[in-house]
Design a protein around this ligand. Structure first.
Ligand SMILES: *Cc1c(COP(=O)(O)O)cnc(C)c1O
Length: 329
């Protein structure tokens, strides 16, 4: 039986990764506050090193390895941002890394990971196929697998983001959390509910491929078809043998919200024009949900804007007003 992840694990993760990650700004959004009639802040993880919060979990997981594990090198599967974070954390710790991903990952993300000195392998059409290559590297070469979300050290690392929020705003009412594999939501919700069970945690994902929500509805990990989406960082399944995030997301989430592609584009646009922030689709789903009126009575709200790694030509088209549909391209 696995040990549950605790608030104390998050506190120790914060000590472990101090100096390796940025304590990101919590930035009031006048435009969103005006729009919904209560104060709204953006927790700006798009300003994190590597351009997403994923570094928190990756850094914690790499730094907590024993020396003999570090010597073997680390391997992980990624939709892009975790790969970038793992490559960065591994390089800083002097550890070799190989990142495996599916053909759906945008080229800008692949390039970013290679630039950090990681070896990249592109395999198949889904995260699950890329995972098979990871399994092979673990079995044949003895490398250490650090998964993108379903790992105690990764979840505790993501939880440090929650700590920064509740310390700055102990009276926050609602957290809007982008949701894919659920490592972020699990860590952040663990912290929020430990501090004040009344804090409402809303998990937000895209209509095109909401693996966690489908899995929770089915009562077991269930894969969904992966489709091109502006929120590409939210793609992928939750793993057939999910250990932590399926249960934690089920227990700790108050509401789930789905956003469509037009709403995600609207979120990206609003982040740019109203708040001067470049935010990728996955990072803009909270803004999208708020603006679309999909969150009931949000109150004092923190929107977790989780990443900035969007192809800049695509970003330019979206903020220029074009109706982008990646399915049609
Ligand atoms: C990975 C990612 C998420 C979702 O995190 P999970 O832990 O997989 O739920 C949200 N936003 C961005 C930008 C990401 O890279």
């Amino acid at each position: 039986m696995k040990d549950p992840i605790t608030f104390a694990d998050v506190l120790s993760a914060r000590k472990t990764i101090a100096g390796h990650v940025i304590h990101t700004p919590l930035r009031p959004s006048a435009a969103l506050s005006d729009r919904i009639g209560s104060p709204v802040w953006l927790k700006c993880e798009q300003q994190q090193y590597t351009g997403s919060f994923k570094l928190r979990g990756a850094a914690n997981a790499v730094l907590r390895l024993r020396d003999e594990e570090k010597a073997k090198g680390v391997v992980g599967v990624s939709t892009g941002n975790y790969g970038r974070a793992l490559a960065f954390a591994a390089r800083n710790a002097g550890v070799r890394s190989i990142i495996c991903m599916s053909e759906l990952v945008p080229q800008n993300k692949v390039d970013g990971i290679r630039a950090l000195g990681a070896e990249v392998r592109i395999i198949g059409q889904s995260q699950d196929e890329a995972q098979q290559e990871v399994d092979r590297l673990v079995e044949q070469d003895g490398m250490i697998m650090l998964p993108p979300f379903d790992h105690a050290d990764v979840i505790a690392g993501q939880g440090t983001l929650g700590l920064e929020i509740v310390e700055a705003l102990p009276d926050v009412d609602t957290l809007l959390v982008p949701l894919s594999g659920g490592g972020l939501l699990a860590g952040v919700a663990l912290v929020a509910k430990s501090v004040n069970p009344m804090i409402r945690v809303v998990g937000i994902t895209m209509e095109r491929g909401c693996a966690m929500i489908t899995s929770l509805q089915e009562g077991k990990p269930t894969s969904v078809k992966e489709l091109p989406t502006l929120a590409d960082s939210l793609g992928g399944g939750i793993g057939e043998n999910n250990q932590y995030t399926f249960d934690m997301c089920g227990d700790l989430t108050d509401d789930f919200v789905l956003v469509n592609e037009a709403q995600i584009a609207d979120g990206i646009r609003a982040a740019y024009h109203d708040d001067q922030q470049v935010i990728e689709g996955a990072g803009a789903v909270g803004i999208a949900a708020l603006r679309a009126g999909l969150v009931d009575n949000p109150g004092r709200t923190v929107v977790l804007t989780t990443g900035c790694n969007i192809d800049m030509d695509l970003h330019k088209r979206i903020v220029g007003g074009e109706d982008v549909d990646l399915m049609a391209e």
